[in-house]
Design a protein around this ligand. Structure first.
Ligand SMILES: Cc1ncc(COP(=O)(O)O)c(C=O)c1O
Length: 350
């Protein structure tokens, strides 16, 4: 702490991202990155941007990317917001849409950045307990609220909430924003973007970090009613006019345009996930049903923290959360078939 700090900084509790180890030999299954590279067309588009034009600022609105997203989803560009990773998009949504008298609601087990944004922006929140099977129970959200947010599929459980349940949530809270954080939707769910024309209180965020394999680029999007998008634009333009650089706009747009590569690699991850689930079950693990690029698994008799340490000693890193209720689970990212086999082999000896 320093006397130079603004007073609130001393009480900030920042988010702790998963480890990005400096050793390259590790089988890295801890931060839900894609085991396959980005679309070759996206790489070519980014390489083409590395030229003399970098002396010029990028398009502050990222119109090329907005258009690519609008074309992909069949929405209007005015319904699209783009930002520097979905974390930044989420931050703007918290600031611009969730600062109300009634508390923001989100599941007790969900993305651990949500309470951090609440702390940053002074937003009251209530965590709503997931059911016994770690499912979101929509009826529990039918109470006064200043907004609702949850990942779908949920993180770190991987469990999917079907669209009809999301519609019930939207109908029960027509006066607050329901934000569906679809970081992992492409690995087995149906996007709620299909509902944005019908529900002006729905905002959907997505990231290019997972299914489009561009975590290192930092690009994320939000789709919703133009009034919601305008709130995000106002915050963004009061904070940083150029969140996406020239390379990011070109690469992200090209990634949306290359549908064939996207579909092929998503399917590979899904197929591998089913193999990992079978392998883990064969080793006695209970695995929650996953629609994501990771699985959430616990062993009936082996301690999760001990397993995580044992895996690490064998060069495999997974994520373990020291949080009540999920302290006996490991969150394991789906890797290449070779990486997945290395995981299963390592677990066999533990
Ligand atoms: C549920 C969820 N939302 C959002 C993000 C942020 O993704 P990014 O900032 O890379 O777009 C993550 C990253 O792991 C996530 O798990």
């Amino acid at each position: 702490m320093s006397k130079f700090w603004s007073p609130f900084v001393k009480d900030l509790v920042p988010y702790v991202p998963g480890e990005q180890p400096k050793l390259s030999k590790l089988v890295k299954l801890n931060t839900n990155e894609n085991p396959y590279g980005p679309s070759p067309k996206a790489i070519a588009a980014m390489q083409a941007e590395v030229n003399d034009n970098l002396r010029l600022y990028p398009d502050p609105n990222g119109d090329r990317l907005k258009q690519a997203v609008a074309d992909y989803y069949g929405v209007q560009p005015a319904q699209v917001f783009v930002g520097n990773g979905s974390d930044e998009v989420l931050a703007h949504a918290f600031y611009g849409l969730f600062q109300h008298e009634a508390p923001l609601l989100f599941p007790d087990i969900s993305y651990s950045f949500y309470p951090v944004y609440c702390g940053l922006y002074g937003i009251e929140y209530q965590q709503v307990a997931l059911g016994e099977q770690f499912q979101i129970r929509v009826e529990d959200y039918a109470r006064p609220n200043g907004g609702i947010i949850f990942p779908n599929p949920n993180a770190p459980t991987g469990c999917l909430l079907p669209l009809d349940a999301i519609e019930r949530l939207l109908q029960a809270s027509p006066d607050s924003v329901v934000l569906v954080d679809e970081a992992y939707i492409d690995f087995g769910g149906r996007t709620a973007i299909a509902l944005v024309d019908q529900y002006p209180n729905l905002l959907v965020t997505q990231t290019l970090s997972k299914s489009r394999s561009l975590a290192g680029l930092r690009a994320g999007i939000a789709i919703g009613h133009p009034d919601l998008i305008e709130a995000l634009e106002r915050i963004k333009n009061s904070f940083n006019s150029y969140p996406l650089d020239r390379i990011a706009i070109a690469g992200a747009a090209a990634a949306f345009e290359d549908r064939a590569y996207f579909e092929k690699t998503c399917q590979q991850v899904i197929d591998s996930r089913e193999a990992v689930v079978a392998g883990l079950q064969g080793l006695g693990f209970e695995v929650l049903p996953s629609a994501a690029n990771f699985v959430f698994a616990r062993h009936p008799s082996k301690d999760a923290a001990t397993l995580a340490t044992g895996l690490r000693e064998q060069g495999v890193i997974v994520r373990h959360f020291k949080q009540q209720r999920i302290a006996q689970f490991l969150r394991i990212t789906i890797g290449t078939p070779e990486q997945n086999q290395a995981l299963l082999d390592a677990l066999q000896g533990l």
